[in-house]
Design a protein around this ligand. Structure first.
Ligand code: GDP
Length: 140
């Protein structure tokens, strides 16, 4: 059994529609524990830094604008195989391709405004968690 932590972000399209609780219920119902959580308004520089790996992609500027269009909820999820499990709970990037019952199938508005971010690998998770949280902020 591998207990992992992963970084999740509830995106502005979801906070705007007051969906934080419904999305958190998906994580908790699947056995993931929310061990840290902060609601914040990202600055442009912070959003650009967080998504630096995507800076070459054609949608980068749109993505940054979207991510600063309202508050986000950054959170650390903990559980067995948390990185992969969260990706399954989230569903595919494009909500049209997301499996029924996933967060993106139920809540996403578009391929961009797709309600949640989740780390895609353990190494990325460690780096992304440290972007938002200090060790003292995470309480298991
Ligand atoms: P994820 O890991 O499933 O979030 O997907 P990616 O890492 O490929 O993309 C990061 C984020 O960029 C996605 O969650 C979307 O918010 C956004 N995004 C991805 N593909 C597109 C696209 O084709 N157009 C636009 N406008 N945004 C996109």
């Amino acid at each position: 059994m591998t207990v992992e932590r992963t970084l999740s972000i509830i995106k502005p399209d979801a906070t705007r529609r007051n969906l934080t609780g419904k999305i958190n219920a998906k994580f908790e119902d699947a056995g993931l524990k929310i061990v840290a959580q902060r609601r914040i308004q990202l600055s442009k520089a912070q959003a650009e830094a967080f998504y630096a790996v995507h800076s070459h992609r054609p949608f980068f500027n749109d993505l940054v604008s979207f991510m600063i269009s309202g508050p986000v909820v950054a959170q650390v999820l903990e559980g067995e195989n948390a990185v992969l499990k969260n990706r399954e709970i989230m569903g595919a990037t494009d909500p049209k391709k997301a499996d029924a019952g996933t967060i993106r199938a139920e809540f996403a508005e578009s391929i961009e405004a797709n309600s949640v971010h989740g780390s895609d690998a353990p190494e990325a998770a460690a780096q992304e968690i440290s972007f938002f949280f200090a060790a003292i902020d995470i309480v298991a």
